[in-house]
Design a protein around this ligand. Sequence first.
Ligand code: NAP
Ligand code: ZN
Length: 348
Amino acid sequence: MPSTAALSAPSAGAALAPTVIQRRDLRPDDIAIDIAFAGICHSDIHMVREEWGEATFPMVPGHEIAGVVSAVGAKVTKFQVGDRVGVGCMVDSCGTCAQCVDGHENFCEAKTVWTYGDVDLHGETTLGGYSQSIVVTERFAVRIPDGLALDVAAPLLCAGITVYTPLRRWGAQPGAQVAVVGMGGLGHMAVKIAAALGADVTVLSQGLSKQEDGRRFGARDYRATSDASTFEDLQGKFDLVLSTVSADLDLAAYLSLVKPFGAFVTVGLPGNPQLLPFSAVVGGDKVVAGSNIGGIALTQEMLDFCAEHGIAAEIETISADQVNEAYDRVVKSDVRYRFVIDTATIDA
Ligand code: NAP
Ligand code: ZN
């Protein structure tokens, strides 16, 4: 089995350190990818710190993977050596259930295999993208369009698809008023994509320090949630309020911003349960919904959409030895707007 350098957390909450891991020999439908860049998603931090419950260690996080195909199995038809590809949050599913057939591999009725911290359909623990190579079935790789550089494409594999799915589903389009809550990794992609879809976008951020960036990404308005007048001024304004916030939220306050029949949709996943006062949804027939990444076909559509509209992630490229510091900076909302690890710097 081929070995590769990776960054691994030995136990819950521990610092990530370089190590050597094994990747499987190619099965007929597998491709091997030389990973060039891996994005740091806040979910990686929730997972390593066990904020979502008990996890499996040692853990190699990383589900925003961009690289180049280095080898293909005997029955691979979709890719060739040298192709630029991405892998996101999942690496396998049954492929035959109603959800998979409908393109929702993320909700496979048998099992969606997550890119790391999971056990795959062959009983092996999955290890993620903070590494120099990965092996996946070709069904779970997508093509990175020529117009997108690999470093700024990597975050699209999770942050991009995670916001593209609810923006499409909940009607971000010309004439729609869309609020994006939190402008971090997911949030900044939501602003760019919602604006490209033609919606009128407002950012709701804790403060105004990123206002110029928000407007450059396509927002028409940018408000501080630390200012109580924001909630008075914007009462009942939005068709869609999309929360990308990783921490606890006052749901009643955000629901007051939604128009009758409009929706509050969260992709943010704070560890604590959030309180939903029914009075805040019953008055106004409002919808509260969640959204979890998106299927493979939709991920390809999102990448093609981003390439066509000149949309990419705003990144800070870091070397492997900066990853632990980067985690602390993400938690402090001190990231502009996604950290991306140059995997060539992993020295194991
Ligand atoms: P991130 O880069 O840390 O962005 C989160 C943003 O939330 C911050 O930039 C900040 O925006 C805001 N925020 C942070 N703490 C806050 C607080 N105490 N009060 C109010 N706002 C706060 O994280 P991310 O990678 O975008 O991920 C965001 C969340 O989505 C995480 O919970 C992650 O696990 C989840 N996620 C879900 C999916 C899915 O499929 N549903 C996929 C990926 C990630 P401002 O500085 O602008 O206020
Ligand atoms: Zn993610």
